[in-house]
Design a protein around this ligand. Structure first.
Ligand code: AHG
Ligand code: MN
Ligand code: MN
Length: 344
């Protein structure tokens, strides 16, 4: 027999959650619904990427000097254009835009802020490996309306997110989201023939301890000795602690994270010395680490920068980078012991 609730639409699910939360407003539901429409549009383009003239680099680089594929630009535009008119946002922050994105004056504004990575795993677009969209939603703290003054409202620790999640464009398209407060993380699968996301993974629980580590081991030579010791630990043989772990890494954070969320394990993108400008790691705190940290926390897992919880980092820049250790609680706590020097 089907479990209770499995098969309900994402819209119904959001509405049910809204009813349980007296503070929640219909505006929040509108906001998430519009994001879902954007994701459906992106999903359709991703699925035809091999056919359409949308592949290949645009020839320009994004604000972080990485090559931007055409589909990144498309995904970014779709999200901005759909979200700017919902009337619930005071501004947006995207991985692809150096500055905050203003809501055009012809549209009403609201008190929410959305930050997103429109297309994550963009190096995998033209090789048919899963990619995704990551998002986090915050509430504005001040009464500011001037875009130049809003950065302080945006730079909140991840623990303040009122919703977070991701879409994964893979063998099927899925959305995983949470609104926090112990409500859990829930997964929905897009049924293309129906055009709806239906609940398929209710209250996801990540195993306390996994058997898999995910890291770009090609960076080994750029790691410090603590990171080397940690990865060597996962690879060492010890029957009692279930080692060696197996390794899985495709290079799309969303895909590597999603697999470990469902099966258990740890994803790591440590700090390294490869690029002197990115010594605090490659991944972005606001648009990548924080949303996934909220999802994993709601699923019973943990996310750390090696020294403490990701969700408690007070950001000082929109595009701030962070080392990331995320996944099964015991595995991430162990990583923290190595990286913080409590264990060698
Ligand atoms: P994006 O495509 O949004 O720039 O993100 C790429 C990220 C992330 O998806 C992935 O985990 C990581 O880059 C892979 O980096 P490496 O190729 O250095 O392993
Ligand atoms: Mn990304
Ligand atoms: Mn991206």
């Amino acid at each position: 027999m089907a479990r209770r609730g499995v098969g309900i639409t994402i819209t119904q699910h959001i509405l049910n959650q809204q009813r349980q939360n007296p503070e929640a407003t219909g505006g929040f539901t509108t906001l998430l619904n519009e994001l879902i429409v954007a994701a459906k549009v992106i999903s359709r383009e991703v699925n035809k990427a091999g056919l359409a003239d949308i592949l290949g680099a645009t020839g320009r680089t994004n604000v972080q000097d990485e090559q931007v594929q055409k589909l990144d630009v498309f995904a970014n535009q779709v999200i901005i254009e759909r979200m700017q008119h919902v009337g619930q946002l005071c501004c947006m922050g995207s991985e692809e835009n150096a500055d905050l994105i203003e809501i055009p004056s012809q549209y009403p504004k609201g008190n929410y802020i959305i930050v997103f990575d429109p297309l994550d795993g963009s190096s995998n677009i033209d090789v048919n490996v899963s990619i995704g969209t990551i998002f986090g939603v915050y509430k504005k703290k001040s009464d500011e309306t001037d875009i130049d003054m809003l950065l302080n409202d945006v730079l909140q620790p991840g623990v303040n997110q009122v919703a977070a999640g991701y879409f994964i464009y893979g063998s099927s398209t899925m959305m995983v989201y949470t609104t926090g407060n112990g409500i859990g993380a829930h997964g929905f699968t897009l049924y293309p023939s129906v055009g709806e996301f239906l609940l398929s993974h209710e209250n996801i629980r990540i195993p306390e301890k996994g058997k898999t580590y995910s890291v770009n081991e090609g960076n080994y030579t750029y790691w410090d000795e603590k990171t080397v010791a940690l990865v060597d630990y996962f690879k060492a043989k010890d029957k009692d602690s279930g080692r060696p772990y197996t390794s899985r890494y495709v290079g799309s954070l969303v895909a590597d994270f999603h697999r470990n969320l469902l099966k258990g394990g740890i994803f790591m993108y440590p700090a390294d010395s490869k690029d002197p400008n990115k010594t605090s790691g490659k991944l972005r705190l606001m648009v990548e680490a924080n949303p996934l940290a909220m999802v994993v926390r709601e699923a019973g897992g943990y996310a750390s920068d090696g020294n403490g919880p990701i969700l408690e980092i007070d950001p000082s820049e929109l595009h701030q980078r962070t080392p990331l250790y995320i996944g099964s609680r015991e595995d991430v706590q162990l990583a923290e012991e190595f990286i913080s020097g409590r264990r060698g």
